[in-house]
Design a protein around this ligand. Structure first.
Ligand SMILES: C[S@@+](CC[C@H](N)C(=O)[O-])C[C@H]1O[C@@H](n2cnc3c(N)ncnc32)[C@H](O)[C@@H]1O
Length: 188
């Protein structure tokens, strides 16, 4: 079921709007196992977007890894708790489909072994961090796989907008329809 239709999902803390949550869910649900049997999210926080993607992954039969160092961003009042994120994910029956990996995104990418069908980036809002996250995970994204960026369209995060604009110009990507603040692309 679409996350926006779940009252419990709407109450989860986080910045992913109902329209964005539904878009992430639909994108994940449409994934097919074409040799890439994983999705990854950079920026778990308390699991709001991870649950949206995870509900779609569960229907597609694909696993989701969600990555966070759990130190939070400078704009967060308190850092997120890994235990709370785990509880939130489990409350939607996603414990066996969604796995949290705690650590630095770029470090984890260095030893990553799975091809990704979907990558969602919603971590640091600093220009170079967005570029670094994307560049580190790009080799793991399967051809035809999708990469989506939160806060990259019509938002108050100019550095994310600029970073994603730079990425769109430099990497072989085919742009998809934006939804809310999310710009999405397919790897050519
Ligand atoms: C904006 S919040 C994510 C919100 C979440 N996607 C949602 O919709 O509920 C960004 C998260 O990224 C994490 N983060 C920032 N930089 C990171 C990095 N380099 N590696 C791993 N996690 C990072 C922060 O700890 C924070 O929890």
């Amino acid at each position: 079921m679409r996350p926006s239709q779940l009252p419990a999902w709407r109450q989860l803390p986080g910045w992913c709007t109902p329209a964005e949550g539904d878009h992430l869910y639909e994108t994940a649900r449409a994934l097919q196992d074409g040799g890439a049997d994983m999705a990854a999210e950079i920026g778990t926080y308390l699991g709001r977007s991870a649950v949206a993607i995870g509900l779609g992954c569960q229907e597609a039969g694909i696993r989701l890894y969600t990555i966070d160092h759990f130190r939070g961003n400078p704009e967060h009042e308190t850092p997120p708790s890994r235990e709370a994120a785990e509880r939130n994910i489990a409350a939607f029956g996603l414990a066996s489909c969604v796995t949290i990996r705690e650590g630095e995104s770029v470090k984890i990418a260095e030893t990553w072994r799975y091809a990704l069908a979907m990558l969602y980036i919603d971590a640091s809002h600093v220009f170079q961090d967005v570029i670094n996250d994307f560049a580190a995970w790009w080799p793991h994204l399967a051809r035809g796989g999708c990469v989506l960026f939160h806060d990259s369209y019509h938002t108050d995060w100019p550095q994310v907008i600029e970073a994603v604009q730079t990425i769109a110009m430099r990497w072989p990507l085919e742009e998809q329809r934006p939804v809310g603040s999310i710009r999405g692309f397919r790897k050519r």
